[in-house]
Design a protein. Structure first.
Length: 479
């Protein structure tokens, strides 16, 4: 029988770790004081012992965002230690989630890519099946696109059916067709094929984006596949984690895995570029049924307080908001009539607003909690139109799931936990913790090879710039 867990004990897994400002924006509120020591609990280490371990960030002051990384572009929402290569490595919140391929340095190529030889790692050790699919996709990509003449097409207007001239001839030769000056049906089909693989609208019109992509050359895209293979190495082998979920911020999908096979998937909404969903792994340990929503302080000041000042406190009661004394366990309700809301608007006073559970609540009907110091969790959302419109990179870092009931049934072995009171948040333990690996795959394996996706977070560009010589050598080594 799945039981209700006490809120205070459920937070012990966080230890002295804290929630950054991105978590506040998702509804956590400012972090409470660290819980008292309990039997068996140890504080986090003072130093990073392994390259996949990160220390908790420094506690930000109220309203202050965590420090950005000092190593190039800010690719993760908190500062990470030098041992972590942002954009490739994964932070493992729970250390038993670290795959063997990461622990064994003989199998994990150095992040500089100096030692890349094209050797198929999966031929001599068990790795995640996504790695194997990407490795095979690299071979197919080289056969299909890497073998074509890598000539440059001069800049100019869009080349499309009806076009003629030397640029049409250059395009034909670049795509492996017979020389000629006419844009015919075979050329249109070849352009559509190229566009579909390389993440563009397959309309058969070779406009600026298509020409630019062709002029990058196949080697550029082979480097992207190699980067994504490195990311896939950070995912578990089937025998290491027989049951787990993958949150992929690259294609904004949640996939559910059992015994090395993907058994289900759905759309998710992940962080926008400035509040990117981090690359990490942790256990989902419990679900919050009928969750409250702690309104981010900035939204209180800039959006809600002005409306209260103009319309009166009925604005709050009509929408089932509560005012509380703080973010701790002992927070008390406050009569909103006692608040100087104009002072809140002007930033001279700060209050905590909490919206009661309801279908209109920004957290939806359920949150899936995986204690971590990024302050990230998965949750339902009442705004289903974002999924139908594919507006999937808009959150403050947390993950909104398309179908929370389907996800809950998978987590809870066929049932969806129900709360005893629709206006009270209750926490329900999973029958057993379920690992979640959050990654960023901008190359997806397909039946015919691979498909490239937009680099929404700029992580690929960051790595391509930093490791250009090493990646070029890696591609030449596979020739």
């Amino acid at each position: 029988m799945v039981g209700i867990v006490n809120r205070k004990t459920s937070l012990l897994a966080l230890g002295a770790l804290i929630l950054p400002a991105a978590a506040v924006a998702q509804g956590y509120g400012y972090p409470p004081p660290p819980p008292p020591p309990v039997a068996g609990w140890q504080p986090p280490p003072a130093a990073v012992a392994e390259p996949w371990e990160a220390r908790p960030p420094v506690i930000p002051q109220q309203g202050q965002a965590p420090a950005a990384s000092k190593r190039g572009a800010a690719l993760e929402p908190i500062d990470l230690p030098p041992a972590i290569e942002q954009g490739v490595d994964m932070i493992y919140i729970d250390q038993d989630l670290v795959p063997r391929s990461v622990q064994d340095n003989r199998l994990l190529h150095n992040i500089s890519f100096d030692s890349w030889s094209g050797a198929p790692v999966d031929m001599f050790t068990s790795v995640n099946p996504i790695y194997t699919d990407l490795r095979r996709g690299l071979v197919k990509y080289r056969q299909r696109w890497g073998s074509l003449p890598q000539i440059e097409i001069p800049a100019g207007p869009a080349v499309k059916p009806g076009s003629t001239g030397e640029r049409v001839n250059a395009l034909r030769m670049r795509l492996g067709l017979a020389p000629g000056g006419t844009y015919d049906a075979p050329l249109a089909a070849a352009v559509k094929d190229y566009q579909g693989v390389h993440g563009m609208k397959a309309d058969g019109i070779a406009g600026g984006a298509t020409i630019e992509s062709l002029n990058r050359g196949a080697a550029y895209y082979e480097q992207l596949i190699i980067i994504n293979m490195e990311r896939a190495k950070r995912l578990p082998a089937p025998e290491e984690q027989p049951r787990y979920a993958i949150v992929d911020a690259g294609d904004a999908r949640l996939s559910l895995w059992e015994n090395g096979r993907k058994v289900d998937s759905m759309k998710i909404v992940v962080g926008k570029s400035e509040t990117a969903t981090p690359m990490m792994a942790a256990y989902i340990r419990y679900a919050s049924v009928n969750p409250y929503w702690n309104v981010p302080p900035e939204l209180v000041r800039s959006l809600i307080a002005p409306r209260i000042a103009a319309q009166g406190v009925s604005y709050l009661s009509d929408r089932e908001y509560q005012v509380l004394t703080g973010y701790g366990e002992d927070a008390k309700l406050i009569d909103p009539k006692t608040i100087d809301w104009q002072a809140v608007v002007e930033g001279r006073q700060e209050v905590r607003l909490r919206r009661l559970p309801s279908p209109a609540n920004s957290m939806g009907m359920m949150k899936f909690m995986l204690p971590n110091y990024f302050g990230i969790y998965l949750h339902d959302s009442p705004e289903k139109e974002h999924f139908t419109k594919n507006e999937l990179w808009i959150s403050n870092g947390c993950v909104r799931v398309e179908d929370y009931k389907r996800f809950a049934r998978w987590l809870f072995g066929g049932s969806v936990p129900q709360g005893s009171n629709p206006k009270i948040e209750e926490e329900v333990n999973l029958p057993a913790p379920v690992p979640v690996y959050m990654t960023y795959l901008t190359v997806q394996p397909t039946a015919t090879g691979v498909a490239f996706l937009p680099d929404t977070y700029g992580r690929d560009a960051h790595l391509m710039e930093r490791y250009a010589p090493q990646l070029s050598a890696a591609v030449r080594g596979g020739d």
